[in-house]
Design a protein. Structure first.
Length: 195
């Protein structure tokens, strides 16, 4: 095992080659418990655990969200040759999201919105409906919180219908509402520029 010997033998080679590597591994699992249960190799655990850095989940570090979003936005814009940004209200919505996938999920969400947008400014109404879902630990305590959550879903449904159809009539049919109902929601959610 090259963790111990610091050598590898490539396929077809007759002699090992010395390697100088450091392994950085990450997990959300309880490895000591898995070792005790026989679900993870004990020798591998001890080789990987020379230095352990424990970090709290992103959902418990809301103060880190904005600098990470700014960093990812710059990085993604540079990679793709455009200059886009997220509106400050997007950060407010993102702070309330659970982020099960931690920083990787955050980067993926930022990248998806920056690349899929047809505008240089990603507004709160452009966000995926799932970002309006509250943290799992935050059960709605008031009717207002439930109303806000449902409004976010409605807004995303209207936006998706408008973006995926050619006419207002098609969008209204897709939502199973009359055209004047669609007009009401478009005005209510400030989506006039999307038509």
């Amino acid at each position: 095992m090259f963790c111990r010997s610091a050598e590898i033998t490539p396929v077809g080679a007759s002699r090992p080659i010395p390697v100088d590597v450091r392994i950085v591994a990450a997990t959300h699992r309880d490895l000591p418990k898995m070792v005790a249960e026989g679900k993870f190799r004990e020798d591998l655990y001890y080789r990987l655990s020379a230095v352990i850095l424990e970090t709290t989940p992103l959902r418990d570090r809301p103060e880190d969200l904005e600098p990470l979003v700014v960093h990812f936005t710059r990085e993604i814009c540079k990679e793709n040759g455009f200059n886009r940004t997220l509106h400050r209200r997007c950060l407010e919505v993102m702070r309330d999201y659970h982020w099960k996938g931690n920083v990787r999920e955050l980067r993926s969400v930022v990248e998806r919105h920056l690349i899929a947008s047809d505008s240089d400014l990603i507004r709160v109404e452009d966000l995926d409906a799932r970002l309006y879902q509250k943290k799992e630990t935050d059960e709605p305590k008031t009717l207002k919180e439930i109303d806000n959550y449902l409004e976010g879903i409605k807004k995303q449904m209207v936006l998706d219908a408008v973006k995926s159809t050619r006419t207002k009539a098609e969008a209204a049919r897709k939502l199973d509402i009359p055209p004047n109902g669609l007009h009401y929601f478009v005005v209510k959610y400030g989506l006039e520029t999307k038509l």
